[in-house]
Design a protein around this ligand. Structure first.
Ligand SMILES: NC(=O)c1ccc[n+]([C@@H]2O[C@H](COP(=O)([O-])OP(=O)(O)OC[C@H]3O[C@@H](n4cnc5c(N)ncnc54)[C@H](O)[C@@H]3O)[C@@H](O)[C@H]2O)c1
Length: 468
């Protein structure tokens, strides 16, 4: 069986793309070091797609770890999202960015080469164009042939990887390389289950506005004296689900090339329409039905008036166009924000997590119906109260042939019901209490419970046992 490898698949854009890939019939394997993401996104991908997604916690700078993953699967294509992306941090710590983004990508390409996989889709960025106002003549919207000149180390790492890819292709024209230059990805999955998980103060406009709308942080508009309708800068905001579908289109384009034909080509992924900071701000206020306070500050050095994509190449060659509006992205982002008030997956319950546990599950129930211990594989957890990830105050009760753990996530009361099939084999069913989707949940999770209940369970357990 042929797989698609998604590096950085637990992250913001990667996780949305994995969902689209699976929905388009691809078999996906995820590699991520979880440095800027959480295992939770993978379990939610599994929930949304009703399928088990193999996950390997590997850092791309670990060549042998990566090589071991390639030994296990036959990959036809790699979608390479894994990378660090904070512009400000890259200026403070350029070596971290060059090591992670450039060395990581080179390791990946070496591993692909040694395993005969020559097809890659790379997450590049509009940041490689730099300040297009330095160029004479009309440069907006930006076409792919626009000269590149990044203005920060993050952008330099993206260009360095692009250049490496072009060199790899020049040396061996069997390679199929799609370089996708994203403009400003925004929004979240319409289910409210996947979204961006910014650590600390977000770098990007919309996650920042969303934080302020939830009562945290401050929002400054840098410059209201630009030559735009309302004086604020213009950017091309593309819904993350549209972007994810752009990757599927790129993959199908590479797959559809004639036998023996290679390619190395850049495509802009944006909407082709710019929105000002104030327009996005108003859209978010409408979506959230809240006032989002802001202060006006002076222009930031390096900020430019307008970064809008010319998207005709992607439209004609990949058959892809963004369909979703900024308003829709704001609606989806607000749903995600409301469901995750403490910002993304991390710290939903404020507790430390073990990375993940794999293996057959054994559960021991105490006299009061409480869980005494859970063993997953060789890992034994013991305590008067054991919590599964995202659990708040689980109530455990016996059922006729097992036990049920009831808990609430931020928005939804859920019951995990475990049934003992044998001492080391447990089946589980997930119920969303009182929701219309009850039958779907039962059906789906019964279908995948086979996999979970056997040797490849991937439960993540909170590393804390609280005495009650
Ligand atoms: N979000 C944007 O605004 C934007 C714009 C243009 C380009 N991009 C690029 O798109 C890609 C995905 O961005 P995102 O917004 O989803 O970011 P993200 O941080 O949410 O996702 C990146 C993922 O890569 C993982 N990762 C990082 N370094 C790794 C390593 N060495 N080994 C294994 N995993 C590693 C992180 O844990 C994370 O899950 C990045 O390469 C980013 O530079 C993002």
């Amino acid at each position: 069986m042929s797989f698609v490898l998604v590096t950085g698949g637990a992250g913001y854009i990667g996780s949305h793309t994995v969902v689209e890939l699976i929905q388009n019939g691809h078999q996906v394997v995820i590699v991520d070091n979880l440095s800027n993401s959480s295992y939770d996104s993978i379990s939610r991908i599994e929930y949304l797609t009703r399928s088990k997604v193999p996950f390997h916690k590997v850092d791309l700078t670990d060549y042998s770890g990566l090589d071991a993953v390639f030994d296990q699967y036959e990959f036809k294509t790699v979608l390479h999202f894994a990378g660090l992306k904070a512009v400000g941090e890259s200026a403070r710590n350029p070596l971290k960015y060059h090591n992670n983004n450039v060395i990581g990508s080179i390791n990946l390409l070496r591993t692909m080469q040694s395993h005969g996989c020559k097809s890659i889709i790379f997450s590049s960025s509009a940041t490689v164009y730099g300040d297009v106002t330095r160029l004479e003549g009309q440069r907006i919207p930006i076409v792919e042939t626009c000269p590149t000149q990044p203005t920060n180390p993050y952008g330099q790492t993206k260009l360095a990887v692009e250049n490496t890819l072009r060199d790899v292709f020049a040396a061996d024209q069997q390679w199929r390389i799609a370089i996708l230059r994203y403009f400003n990805p925004i929004g979240a999955h319409s289910s409210g289950l996947l979204g961006e998980n910014p650590h600390g103060v977000p770098d990007n406009l919309l996650p920042l506005i969303a934080q302020v709308a939830s009562g945290r942080g401050k929002f400054s508009v840098f410059g209201t004296d630009y030559d735009s309708v309302d004086g604020t800068p213009i950017r091309d905001y593309v819904h993350v689900v549209d972007l994810a579908q752009g990757h599927v289109a790129a993959l199908h384009h590479l797959d559809g090339l004639k036998e023996g034909t290679g390619i190395c080509r850049e495509w802009n992924l944006g909407t082709g329409t710019g929105s000002t900071v104030f327009e996005v701000h108003s859209s978010f206020e409408r979506a959230s039905n809240r006032k989002v306070p802001y202060t006006v500050a002076t222009r930031r050095p390096g900020d430019v008036l307008n970064l809008t994509a010319d998207v005709s190449r992607a439209a004609t060659e990949l058959g892809w166009r963004a369909r979703l509006t900024v308003d829709k992205a704001c609606d989806d982002l607000w749903l995600w924000t409301e469901r995750h008030p403490s910002s993304g997956y991390q710290n939903v319950d404020g507790r430390v997590r073990l990375s993940s546990a794999t293996g057959a599950i054994k559960v021991q129930i105490g006299a009061q119906g409480d869980i005494e211990s859970i063993t997953i594989g060789t890992q034994r957890l013991q305590g008067t109260r054991i919590q599964f990830k995202n659990l708040y105050g689980p109530a455990v009760r016996r059922t006729s042939n097992g036990f049920a753990v009831e808990y609430a996530t931020d928005t939804t009361p859920i019951v995990y019901q475990f049934e003992f099939q044998s001492e080391s084999r447990v089946c589980f069913t997930l119920y969303e209490i009182g929701a219309e989707s009850l039958p779907r949940f039962e059906q789906v999770f019964e279908a995948v419970s086979e996999k979970y209940a056997c040797s490849s369970s991937t439960f993540e357990i909170v590393d804390e046992m609280v005495e009650t």
